[in-house]
Design a protein around this ligand. Structure first.
Ligand SMILES: [Zn+2]
Length: 163
């Protein structure tokens, strides 16, 4: 199940009224539901919800709560970041692979975006290249994640049908 507000995988979702729209959200996001009382108008407009939540987030920035409102994620442009950092060091893919004690083909695939490196590998890239591949992502970005999720499913379908 995927939370319609933050896009997080979650075991259960609850329907919550937000700005006159009912969204099925995770436990973390269900607390946003109380805002529905302020804007009782029927306005299923995600942009309004988003800006409202961003304002809320800004207000909470000083508190600890803010931490739970963002997650560290692999940046979308990680292939570019790796390639760019590698070129800055003047290394080719093979040299980078050697420094990381990994296979050349792995570096190649990650740079092409064919492989999404796991946490351990990300750390390795970051350490070797001296860059950050992670990005603080606000949980108030459901569209992007939803699209990425769909893309993966589609890809999986293609892979399966090719077999
Ligand atoms: Zn959520």
């Amino acid at each position: 199940m995927i939370c319609e507000l933050c896009g997080k995988e979650t075991t259960r979702t609850d329907p919550v009224q937000i700005e006159g729209t009912t969204l099925r959200v995770c436990k973390d996001c269900s607390k946003f539901g109380d805002q529905a009382k302020q804007g009782a108008k029927e306005q299923p407009n995600k942009i309004i919800i988003q800006s409202r939540l961003e304002n809320r987030e800004r207000r909470m920035k000083s508190k600890d709560v803010y931490e739970s409102e963002t997650v560290n994620e692999l940046a979308d442009d990680y292939p570019e970041r790796i390639r760019h950092a590698r070129e800055q060091h003047g290394w080719n893919q093979e040299e980078l692979a050697q420094k990381m004690n990994e296979k050349h083909s792995l570096v190649q695939k990650v740079e092409r975006g064919d492989i999404k490196p796991d946490d351990v590998l990300v750390k390795k890239f970051e350490k070797t290249l001296g860059v950050s591949l992670m990005e603080k992502v606000s949980l108030v970005k459901p569209e992007k994640k939803a699209v990425a999720g769909k893309g993966l499913t589609l890809e999986d379908c293609i892979k399966t049908s090719k077999k």
